[in-house]
Design a protein around this ligand. Structure first.
Ligand SMILES: Nc1ncnc2c1ncn2[C@@H]1O[C@H](COP(=O)(O)OP(=O)(O)OP(=O)(O)O)[C@@H](O)[C@H]1O
Ligand SMILES: [Mg+2]
Length: 263
């Protein structure tokens, strides 16, 4: 058994802070001395852009080529072609071509396991592998869930919807039953929180009413802050851009909560 934890960040609703959480959590874990692989598994390529790849669509090698090689039973491209590094953090980028891979997955026998089979031999190099998913419950998200030990669900109080979360949880249960029995829910993370607003208070109250009994709701919450957009603009993690900001401290706290839980 490897000691690597593979975490998917998922919520099929757009703009809940998945990519921001994947990126900053990776930095926070790296600050704790952990070796982290980030997997951009969204054809939008937002995580790759956060990582400093300005035009993911121009990449010669991305997740698309790797997935295609696996599906065609061809050798993978050399790792240095598709793994980008920054300090203790590595990234496999994605771009719009990944949506073609998603279409090809439909006809692939055992296609749900394609990402899992890529990541399995890489585990010995990392403490954490964090997968950022696209806002959908399609085959890409299912592939990510099939490869993961746990799912972290960012919830934006501005966009709260109980139905949306129920659909996601239903898919996770299905994946657990049919493809990946080891998957569990890491927890619900409240993001973009402005604790003074009534909207936040009501959304948080409902999240607790519906889910407190069943899932962990992280103690730490990510505050709403313009600093996040600024850090993204400069392709920096908030932990590099403004390490003393409340958002940076919150992501560092999240990393600690996760590590504690893992132990
Ligand atoms: N804590 C925060 N405070 C303020 N803005 C934030 C915060 N977290 C994320 N954002 C901003 O909100 C927007 C959506 O965030 P993000 O891209 O992380 O969401 P997402 O769930 O990955 O979106 P998608 O579903 O499109 O992949 C981005 O512009 C991001 O900069
Ligand atoms: Mg995203």
């Amino acid at each position: 058994m490897s000691n690597t934890t593979v975490i998917t960040i998922a919520n099929q609703k757009g703009g809940t802070g998945k990519t921001t959480t994947a990126y900053n959590l990776a930095y926070a874990l790296s600050n704790e001395g952990k070796k982290v692989l980030l997997v951009d598994f969204d054809p939008q390529g937002n995580l790759s852009m956060c990582f400093g790849i300005e035009q993911p669509d121009q990449l010669k090698y991305s997740m698309f080529n790797v997935m295609n090689a696996i599906m065609s039973d061809e050798p993978l491209p050399p790792a240095e072609k598709y793994i980008h590094s920054h300090g203790n953090i590595d990234l496999i980028p994605s771009n719009i071509e990944l949506s073609v891979a998603e279409i090809n997955l439909r006809d692939e026998m055992g296609g749900e396991k394609t990402l899992a089979s890529l990541l399995e031999p890489m585990k010995s190099n990392y403490d954490y592998i964090i997968i950022d998913t696209n806002p959908s419950l399609g085959l890409l998200t299912i592939n990510a869930l099939a490869a993961s030990d746990s799912v972290l669900i960012p919830v934006n109080p501005q966009l709260w919807s109980a139905t949306g979360l129920t659909q996601l949880l239903r898919i996770i249960v299905k994946v657990k039953k049919r493809i990946n029995p080891r998957i569990s829910i890491e927890g619900i993370l409240m993001t973009m929180c402005n604790t003074r607003t009534n909207l936040y208070k009501e959304a948080f109250r409902l999240v607790k009413v519906y889910y407190r009994e069943t899932f962990r709701i992280f103690d730490v919450q990510i505050p709403l802050s313009v600093k996040v957009g600024e850090a993204n603009f400069y392709s920096q993690s908030i932990l590099e851009f403004e390490p003393k900001s409340k958002v940076a401290i919150a992501y560092q706290e999240l990393a600690k909560e996760l590590m504690l839980h893992g132990n």
